[in-house]
Design a protein around this ligand. Sequence first.
Ligand SMILES: NC(=O)c1ccc[n+]([C@@H]2O[C@H](COP(=O)([O-])OP(=O)(O)OC[C@H]3O[C@@H](n4cnc5c(N)ncnc54)[C@H](O)[C@@H]3O)[C@@H](O)[C@H]2O)c1
Length: 328
Amino acid sequence: MNRETFSGRKVLITGGLGFIGSNLARRLVGLDAHVTLIDSLIPEYGGNLFNIAGIEDKVRVNISDVRDEYSMKYLVQRQDYLFNLAGQTSHMDSMQDPFTDLDINAKAQLFILESCHKYNPDIKIVFASTRQIYGKPEYLPVDEKHPLRPVDINGVNKLAGEWYHLLYNDVYGIRTSVLRLTNTIGPRMRVKDARQTFLGIWVRFLLERKPFEVWDGHQLRDFTYVDDAVDAFLLVAAADDANGRAFNLGGDCVISLKDLADLLVEVNGGGEYIVRKFPPDRKRIDIGDYYADYSLFRSTLGWEPKVPLREALGKILQYYKQHLDKYL
Ligand SMILES: NC(=O)c1ccc[n+]([C@@H]2O[C@H](COP(=O)([O-])OP(=O)(O)OC[C@H]3O[C@@H](n4cnc5c(N)ncnc54)[C@H](O)[C@@H]3O)[C@@H](O)[C@H]2O)c1
């Protein structure tokens, strides 16, 4: 079904040199789509040219910024699909520099949508939203009906970005769907620091044979392997009954961070970590336990995670054992 849907079609991915965007680009190239990647390659974010190693001749890369209204006006034209993944992802950075987060995660999203409205209203858009918009869960697992009360600036701006997308669907008939991602992990994630995911820095330290830090350790989380996330993006892009709707993604299991650290060390065949108290500035914006109820997405489109966590960790370690130097 994916090949029929995407073969020969024009696909634009914002944030296409980043972790999820580049994995999506690889899959779409394999499906014979004509893929264009937009990415600003701001060094603090997850974009990395090495993420497209091996497909660099099969995609068009446009190094530009989604905050640039004029670029966006031009770039969305004549595209069939837009996977809108460009974002500032660090929760701490959003607290220290709220206006950059606002500009990228909210204002630029309006540029993109306005450009589509004026110049390409037939495009189908999938927006990468986040579980962060729910804030501290009032009940678990968190379904799409859970109240929205983000605990940080990033969550508020992503929520605005998400709602702009839904509004353009409802008011202007531009087909948009939203995926609310939980922790997504896999090859090509940022491991240099913890800006994108704490698992990144864990993997880096483990491979550098240094102890990594687990803060608190009791928090419960779920994890989606990136190939499963890519499946989800393709599914909603192709499905008209997903238009104007937001769906949670989730993981195959729920695990505490301490148990995750143990599993990672076990899969690696060795390594050490230390448990520390949460730093106070992080504690203030921590959401506590979170795991998603993704049954709406499963019953609507049949999506469920296929890659077990242990296997996901094995694939991640294998990738960075080979390529860690490209990510430092
Ligand atoms: N990885 C996760 O666990 C996770 C969880 C929830 C939501 N998300 C969302 O998924 C999307 C992709 O995340 P990711 O994990 O691949 O992160 P990432 O940082 O690897 O990818 C984002 C990409 O966007 C690019 N970008 C940032 N600002 C830009 C700008 N102004 N103009 C053009 N490009 C810009 C970055 O250079 C980067 O390549 C983000 O929108 C993020 O909020 C990710």
